[in-house]
Design a protein around this ligand. Structure first.
Ligand code: ADP
Length: 500
């Protein structure tokens, strides 16, 4: 095993971890779960326990709903849009002061390289709150010309929905908490957010900053617990009016069923099996690192990962040879080692799942050019894996692996491009897609033909708070980020005033 040099822990992280089981944040206070039950959170680089966390269940969700309703009809209703914006901005400032602690916690809990948490997760989360702080003061309806009567005044108001439940996964715990909270709070809602059981820590640390940022008690409630108990209590709750979920397509379907009881508004950001298409006229100095980052970033645990790589047959061998030599040299190790370029998977379940797909790939006749079997060491390490000799029907080309595993396939119809588009679209998913070409016309034509909520041309995994993100087909519905996210958290009221 390569030597690892871990960074010294930030004293704020040490102090945070030293404070007994982590509590739920309900009604502005840190409280134990009513059952008193706790669960362990595990360091994926070693498999050892980091700390324990209180486990919320339905009774705690009830308590959070009551606190949230009180805030919605009470103190939060008195806060002006401009003050809401200031609180979100203040939260972003506090996160900036605590950026190193947040990055380290994310790494300890999720496993990702700390250099990535510092460069991506934390600054993007901060930026997200600042972007939505600006929207707080910019929500407005319209006065509508009508034909119902000369003196009939009609206008619309964009009002908050009320108590909103938000359920997030473990791959970007802090960033996805920001994606969820930013738009919901800017539009005046109150929130119960449940973090993933694998990665509860950064959301609890964020709760401390939320408390300091001055949000009235009960506006944001953050709970930790399991999906079928705490998560289902949110989606089933009759007084939660909307649920926003990010996670697997399988659980997304359950969420919809559970939410049907009181016809909750539902928004879902689900899985993907995104095609990444390299044409022979690509700039390979960008396409090769782009394709590598597209699949290996965050250990491949990215819903929009470019996991199906279509490479034109003229350049297929060279592209794969270059990618393989890069991937084979990537330094894999604990996230707290600043020289690690790729970390462990998040959990033993995920390790088993991804290892199972490696086995399937090998059994079904694909060739691992690099990687191909899990590492025999402590922690949940699966090496970057490039499978060649893949065909469209193999399991590794169809199912979401959510690990550092790419299925590479040649295509050969540059003149028509129709065939590669048909293959790229031949999936129930539709979250994202990548295109690498220097031909502007081809870039647009292909971008328009791909069935995906995001198409990246000559880039991959680019995200910005101002640009909408979400899925076609079974990758979900609703768009987070940008002005589009405001629709998820507001309802439109038409007001009629008879002036006669
Ligand atoms: P992944 O497959 O990425 O582990 P999941 O979709 O299983 O993600 O989980 C994402 C989030 O959904 C987590 O916070 C998890 O606790 C929650 N969850 C899982 N099952 C349910 C459920 N039946 N109802 C509500 N939330 C759930």
């Amino acid at each position: 095993m390569a030597e690892t040099v871990k960074i010294a822990l930030d004293p704020r992280v040490e102090a945070f971890l030293a404070k007994g089981p982590k509590k739920l944040f309900i009604g502005g206070e840190f409280v134990e779960s009513l059952s008193g039950k706790t669960f362990e959170t595990i360091d994926p680089s070693s498999g050892e326990m980091i700390t324990t966390v209180y486990e919320a269940d339905a009774a705690d969700v009830d308590r959070a709903v009551e606190a949230a309703e009180r805030a919605f009809h009470g103190d939060w209703a008195k806060v002006s849009p401009s003050e809401r914006g200031r609180m979100l901005w203040k939260l972003a400032d506090l996160m900036e002061e605590h950026a190193e602690a947040l990055a380290q916690l994310e790494t300890i809990d999720n496993g990702k390289p700390v250099t990535h948490a510092r460069a991506a997760d934390v600054p993007l989360a901060i930026d997200h709150f600042r972007y939505f702080a600006g929207w707080s003061t910019k929500l407005s309806g319209e006065v509508i010309n009508n034909s119902a009567g000369r003196n009939m005044l009609t206008y619309t108001r964009h009002e908050p929905i009320g108590v909103v439940g938000q359920i997030i996964p473990w791959n970007f715990p802090l960033l996805l908490a920001a994606w969820k909270l930013g738009a919901a709070l800017a539009t005046g809602n109150v929130v119960i957010l449940k973090s993933a059981e694998q990665t509860p820590l950064s959301a609890i640390y964020l709760a401390e900053l939320i408390q300091q940022a001055g949000f009235p008690e009960g506006v944001v409630n953050i709970i930790t617990g399991y999906g079928p108990t705490a998560g289902a209590a949110i989606t089933n709750h009759p007084r939660i009016r909307k649920v926003a979920f990010t996670g697997s397509t399988e659980v997304g379907k359950l969420i919809m069923q559970q939410a049907a009881g009181n016809l909750k508004k539902v928004s879902l950001e689900l899985g993907g099996k995104s095609p990444n298409i390299i044409f022979p006229d690509a700039d390979f100095s960008k396409a090769i690192p782009g394709a590598l980052m597209g699949i290996f970033f965050n250990q491949g645990q990215v819903c929009c990962a470019g996991s199906r790589l279509f490479v034109h047959k003229k350049v297929y061998d060279n592209v794969l040879a270059d990618m393989t030599s890069f991937a084979a040299k990537m330094k894999q190790g604990p996230g707290l080692d600043e020289s690690s370029e790729i970390g462990p998977l998040v959990s033993s379940e995920q390790f088993e799942r991804v290892s199972g797909y490696l086995q399937k790939g090998n059994e079904e006749g694909a060739t691992a050019l690099t990687g191909g079997s899990p590492l025999d060491r402590a922690g949940y390490f699966v090496p970057p894996t490039i499978f060649a000799d893949v065909n469209d029907r193999m399991t590794i080309a169809r199912e979401e692996i959510f690990g550092p595993v790419v299925a590479a396939m040649p295509f050969d119809d540059e003149a028509q491009i129709a065939d590669v588009i048909r293959r790229a679209n031949d999936t129930e998913y539709g979250l994202a897609a990548g295109v690498w070409t220097t031909d502007l016309r081809k870039a647009h034509r292909v971008a328009h033909a791909l069935e995906a909520g995001t198409v990246w041309v000559n880039c991959y995994n680019a995200l910005d708070a101002a640009v909408p993100f979400g899925g076609y087909k079974q990758s979900g519905y609703g768009r987070e980020m940008g002005s589009y996210a405001l629709d998820l958290y507001t309802q439109v009221k038409a007001v009629w005033i008879n002036l006669d």
